[in-house]
Design a protein around this ligand. Structure first.
Ligand code: NDP
Ligand code: 2IT
Length: 444
């Protein structure tokens, strides 16, 4: 059995209850085969894959808080510090009822490779809680965030581990967590990113993941003699990533005709009205039915359906495993040319394979959504310098980082004889950097 297959089998034996983690391990390790084979003896002796698939540590804790009725509620908090070979642990905090150890491990594992691709000194970590922010009052959100940080603060720090936003965690939650960290430690430091602009946040961090997704998509098209101008795009999600992906796609001359949330989706043939979407989602925190009610050109449908719409480019920006084999078939039948992932692992393995086999250009989340964490790293730099850069300065660095990532993954795929396989290119490029640092630092 090859070294890679042996490790996949071990991971699956040891973590049977963590399907999402197994999914990413299988995807990454399988695509690393050409890189591992080149140096298998050393990697085996140094147990590089065994060390890569086992987090440095996993922290799991009780988060008690009091709701508006005076009832004590208890949630579970997580932080998985996966790998800090190339920099402090870095990665978001997900607040969603589906959160469990396997979900956080899958996200933390992906983060190792993604962060390496940014070219910036950040290691991989992820955290969160099964807390559901939906329908909670501001006071309840604050109570939860303060309790969550009352444990988490012991494990993080500006040079140790720097959490940020993810599903359910935006500027409001980061603000409450930052306040509690400061109160408990007395330290004013860049321990979280995605902060508000008045207390150390970076301009363009809010937009960064969505904008970055479009910058890399644009570079992909450019290198194939195409442009975004006039392209019809479908986007899933209606949160932070989706909103700014739609905004940038429109700025580039494309038309985005869909978005979605966990209950339904919008088809708007005139193009999604981003200002209206922001009002509905960022200000009112309401359902997409409110968007449809305010927009005569929009249709609202219950359930899923974004991938059934005819388009040139598909940008999944909601959550894991939201684009399945049948969706991939529908996209191909409708003539899709590119799928670039704004979310983490939104496309199932069989759907990814199908799209690639059909010649669809496919850029996975580790490369395509790296603009968010890259800009978080730029926020860390500004915090260390005690300076704030302009929007244009941050945005132009982000753009360059995304262009570099595209060429890095494209060149790496070519170097290993799998030209056009950007998934393999991204995984191998990320792995090479992390593995080199791990080998240099000895057994630890
Ligand atoms: P938000 O919480 O801002 O938005 C998430 C969106 O996805 C919402 O519209 C939500 O709908 C929808 N959604 C979430 N879970 C589900 C589900 N189980 N089924 C259907 N729809 C769902 O999160 P973000 O936009 O920040 O994150 C979206 C994705 O992008 C995630 O995969 C995240 O890990 C990834 N990502 C985020 C980055 C960031 O900087 N924020 C950076 C890189 C990746 P509803 O409101 O109804 O739940
Ligand atoms: O998945 C991700 O890359 C994020 N949620 C952003 C992480 C970060 O530290 O900005």
């Amino acid at each position: 059995m090859s070294y890679v297959d042996e490790i996949i089998a071990k991971v699956s034996e040891k973590n049977p209850a963590e399907p999402e983690f197994l999914q990413t391990v299988e995807e990454v390790l399988t695509s690393l085969k050409p890189a591992i084979e080149k140096n298998e003896e050393v990697y085996r002796r140094e147990a590089i894959l065994e060390r890569l698939v086992e987090p440095d540590r996993q922290i799991k804790f009780r988060v008690p808080w009091v709701d508006d009725k005076g009832q004590v509620q208890v949630n579970i908090g997580y932080r998985v510090q996966f790998n800090n070979s190339i920099g402090p642990y870095k990665g978001g905090l997900r607040l969603h009822p589906s959160v469990n150890t396997g979900i956080i491990k899958f996200l933390g594992f992906e983060q190792i490779f993604k962060n390496a691709l940014t070219g910036l000194p950040i290691g991989g970590g992820k955290g969160g809680s099964d807390f559901d922010p939906k329908g909670k009052s501001d006071r309840e959100i604050m109570a939860f965030c303060q309790s969550f940080m009352s444990e988490l603060y012991k494990h993080i720090g500006a040079d140790v581990d720097v959490p940020a936003g993810d599903i359910g965690t935006g500027a409001r939650e980061i603000g409450y967590m930052y306040g509690q960290y400061k109160k408990l430690t007395g330290r004013y430091e860049g321990v979280l990113t995605g902060k508000g602009l008045s207390y150390g946040g970076s301009l363009a961090r809010t937009e960064a993941t969505g904008y970055g997704l479009l910058y890399i998509t644009q570079e992909l098209l450019k290198c194939h003699g195409q442009s975004m101008e006039g392209k019809v795009c479908v986007v899933s999600g209606a949160g932070n990533v989706a909103i700014y992906a739609i905004q940038k796609a429109h700025q580039m001359g494309a038309k985005v005709v869909t978005c979605s949330d966990s209950t339904g989706w919008i088809y708007d043939p005139e193009g999604i009205d981003v200002e209206l979407l922001k009002e509905v989602k960022e200000v009112k925190r309401a359902r997409l039915t409110e968007y449809a009610a305010a927009r005569p050109s929009a249709e609202y449908h219950e359930g899923r359906g974004v991938w059934s719409v005819k388009c040139d480019i598909a940008l999944p920006c909601a959550t894991q495993n939201e684009l399945m084999l049948d969706d991939a078939k529908a996209l191909v039948a409708n003539g899709v040319m590119a799928v670039c992932e704004g979310a983490n692992m939104p496309t199932t393995l069989d759907a990814t394979k199908y799209l690639q086999e059909k010649g669809v250009w496919f850029i996975g989340g580790k490369a395509a959504n790296a603009g968010g964490v890259a800009t978080s790293a730029l926020e860390m730099t500004q915090n260390s310098e005690r300076l704030s850069w302009t929007f244009e300065e941050v945005d132009s660095k982000l753009q360059q980082i995304m262009i570099n990532i595209y060429h890095n993954i494209d060149d790496t795929a070519k170097r290993y004889g799998v030209e056009g396989d950007y998934v393999a290119g991204a995984n191998i490029a990320g792995f090479e950097k992390v593995a080199e640092a791990m080998l240099a630092q000895g057994v630890c």
